[in-house]
Design a protein around this ligand. Structure first.
Ligand SMILES: [Ca+2]
Ligand SMILES: [Ca+2]
Ligand SMILES: [Ca+2]
Ligand SMILES: [Ca+2]
Length: 652
């Protein structure tokens, strides 16, 4: 039954709503305003798909008048189109006072879903601080909304309580004009209690991706990347404690500020209470990044469990406050100075992510983070009571969460390793099987290694092609052997060892190893070989790129370490270091040819950092890692299907 009592608004009697509730279907801003004038507890306003051009004259500050109740909130629901796109409130050209949805402190109990808000600006008359929503009210939820190209993404004041942002995308907000102004942020929140869950937060254009002056924050299962200033900040307040759990925070290499997490900005007497961090993955991008910085005014106590803090920076803390720091079972970048109070720490060169540059912080099978976390954790909650706490969700692109898999031994970081979960939804089921089936290569294939976090590391025995010698080198080959302290599945040796040496122009017919590498960048990459020369006539190896040798003779080939076991070396026989020059990102072939027989190679590594000296970083992931190639051998065949059958659990 349809009635029309308000101009521009259709009323629909709907049986799924509370008794007496009304549905208002609107398709214009005047219709929305008319509905907001009369809407009451339990009612729903359905906003038809379309673009709603917001003007100054429409006076967004006075759209909201009423409240729902805790049991019967007012719902404002965007109707998605067939492609899943949201209705858009576009304030381009308008002067917006603080927010497109301006919710006063007497506008409580609202749920807003499926709407997009963009281009809110206070220029030229008002403060350059306009947001998608300016929230004074309490019990306010925004779900599956998208805030972009506003001056602030979301803004809440200290009048507001119980604000939930769930499954929202927030990006490209921040004032970018020439006028001098305080920093604007993707989130600038000051609620009594705030929860942010399953959100995709990226590209703050001016200030922080997340800035809080809230009394209490729960920040769970979010993705935070590409900040302009800080990634995540408790700028002040926090008297009722906060929880940062199951989230991924990736620093922007070219941000204006090197800090990742900030505790206190020097206003309002600093930051207080406790911050408990559980199962987060936090990745720096430059050597001057500070993972956690604390202002001298702050007294915040920090508790950290099961977190990964990784990347080129080893500056774990810039700690000027008077609070305590403690925790356990965190993975730290080797070289970090970890203060007393942290136990069961793991240090390493690489935590073993599938591909940070590609936005995938799931773990590879060899990661030391697997099963290395601890359960039985607690956090200091809103009431100041220690409460049991485990990461039960993990972020899924875009802007959602999946249940965190449970295998009896929790991993460190934001993702639990689960072989066979190809679509990364937290379970191994028929959807994954469909992806496996359509990816079958058979026994052909071969690993394509991915550069990740400034290097690519390969086991020599994992070459995608191993071609025996011909011509002058006929009868010689790179043989795969095991043991002798080698890593991975063994090592290769040019055999037989009878004193043969190959120089140009015969190099192309010498025993050949090909490695497929997906380079993330371009330019000079230095080659390290972890080898073991049996004698001075078995220490030289030819190297090249894309099938073209770079060295020409034992006098300028790459050298292997001598000694009594495998060791890293990056040195040519004459002068300088072996390197390849990559013209463009993408897949290239790195080649090794036998120069002197007898040469033994366990691993090789390429990096663009000239000063880097390897320990023994994990072998790099391949293009198929974390996907259908369950045994990580570069193909998808019956072995992988057999493993999948073992992993199958059905729905998560
Ligand atoms: Ca585990
Ligand atoms: Ca799955
Ligand atoms: Ca090896
Ligand atoms: Ca395989």
């Amino acid at each position: 039954m349809l009635r029309s009592v308000v101009p521009g608004v259709l009323l629909v009697v709907c049986t799924s709503l509370p008794a007496g509730a009304t549905v208002y279907e609107v398709s214009s801003i005047s219709g929305l305003k008319a509905a907001l004038d009369v809407v009451g507890p339990g009612d729903e306003i359905r906003v038809a798909y379309g673009v709603y051009q917001v003007t100054t004259a429409q006076d967004t500050k006075h759209w909201f008048h009423n409240s729902g109740t805790a049991a019967q909130p007012i719902r404002i629901i965007g109707v998605l189109n067939e492609q899943g796109q949201r209705p858009v409130f576009d304030a381009e050209g308008a002067t917006i006072d603080r927010g497109i949805f301006y919710m006063w402190n007497y506008n409580n109990h609202y749920v807003v879903e499926n709407l997009e808000f963009c281009n809110a600006s206070g220029a030229p008359y008002l403060s350059l601080n306009a947001a998608a929503a300016y929230i004074h009210g309490s019990d306010i939820t925004f779900r599956n909304c998208y805030s972009h190209d506003n001056e602030n993404g979301w803004f809440s004041t200290s009048y507001s309580d119980d604000v939930l942002l769930e499954f929202c995308e927030t990006a490209y907000n921040g004032y970018v004009g020439g006028a001098s102004t305080d920093l604007t942020h993707n989130h600038y929140m000051a609620s009594e209690k705030l929860t942010v869950r399953g959100c995709y937060i990226h590209h703050s254009l001016h200030g922080q991706n997340f800035k809080s002056r809230c009394t209490h924050v729960v920040f769970e299962g979010n993705w935070v990347s590409d900040d302009r200033n800080y990634c995540w900040e408790l700028a002040s307040n926090n008297y009722r404690n906060s929880l940062l759990i199951g989230s991924v925070i990736i620093k922007n290499r070219s941000a204006d500020n090197p800090r990742i997490i900030g505790l206190g900005d020097g206003t309002s007497g600093g930051t207080h209470g406790a911050l408990t961090m559980i199962n987060n993955t936090i990745v720096s991008a430059a050597s001057n990044n500070e993972y956690v910085w604390c202002h001298s005014y702050s007294t915040v106590d920090l508790y950290m469990y099961n977190n990964v803090l990784a990347g080129p920076s080893v500056q774990l803390f810039g700690w000027n406050g008077s609070g305590s720091r403690s925790g356990s079972h965190n993975w730290f970048q080797e070289g970090m100075a970890v203060p007393p109070g942290f136990t069961d720490s793991i240090f390493g060169e690489q935590p073993g992510f599938i591909h940070v540059e590609g936005g995938d912080c799931h773990l590879i099978p060899t990661s030391a983070c697997r099963d290395a976390g601890t359960g039985g954790l607690q956090w200091l909650n809103y009431d100041g009571v220690w409460e049991s706490c485990l990461a039960t969700t993990q972020y899924v692109a875009e802007a959602h969460v999946a249940p965190r898999p449970v295998d009896g031994a929790i991993d460190i970081g934001a993702y639990e390793y689960l072989r066979g979960d190809i679509d990364q939804d937290g379970g191994v089921d028929l959807d994954d099987y469909a992806l496996l089936a359509e990816s079958i290569t058979g026994p052909v294939g071969g690993r394509v290694f991915r550069e990740s976090q400034w290097m690519v590391v390969m086991e020599a025995e994992h070459a995608s092609a191993r071609v025996p010698g011909s011509g002058a080198a006929a009868g010689h080959a790179w043989e795969v052997l095991t043991g002798d302290g080698s890593l991975g599945d063994g090592y290769v040796q040019a055999l037989p060892d009878e004193g043969l040496s190959v120089s140009a122009p015969q190099i192309g017919s010498s025993p050949h190893l090909e490695f497929q590498v997906e380079f993330a960048g371009w330019g000079t990459y230095y080659l390290w070989l972890k080898g073991w020369a049996p004698d001075a006539e078995g220490e030289a190896v030819h190297f090249g790129l894309n099938g073209s040798p770079i060295s020409t003779s034992p006098a300028d080939a790459a050298l292997l370490a001598g000694g009594s076991g495998f060791e890293w070396l990056s040195q040519r026989a004459n002068t300088g270091r072996p390197s390849v020059t990559v013209a463009a990102p993408g897949v290239h072939t790195v080649d090794l040819w036998m120069c002197q027989d007898g040469a033994r190679i366990d691993r090789l590594l390429l990096t663009f950092y000239p000063t880097y000296t390897p320990g023994d970083p994990l072998e790099s992931a391949t293009l198929l890692s974390g996907g259908p190639d369950l045994d990580d051998d570069g193909n998808v065949d019956l072995v992988d299907i057999g493993l999948f059958a073992q992993d199958f659990t059905g729905s998560p």
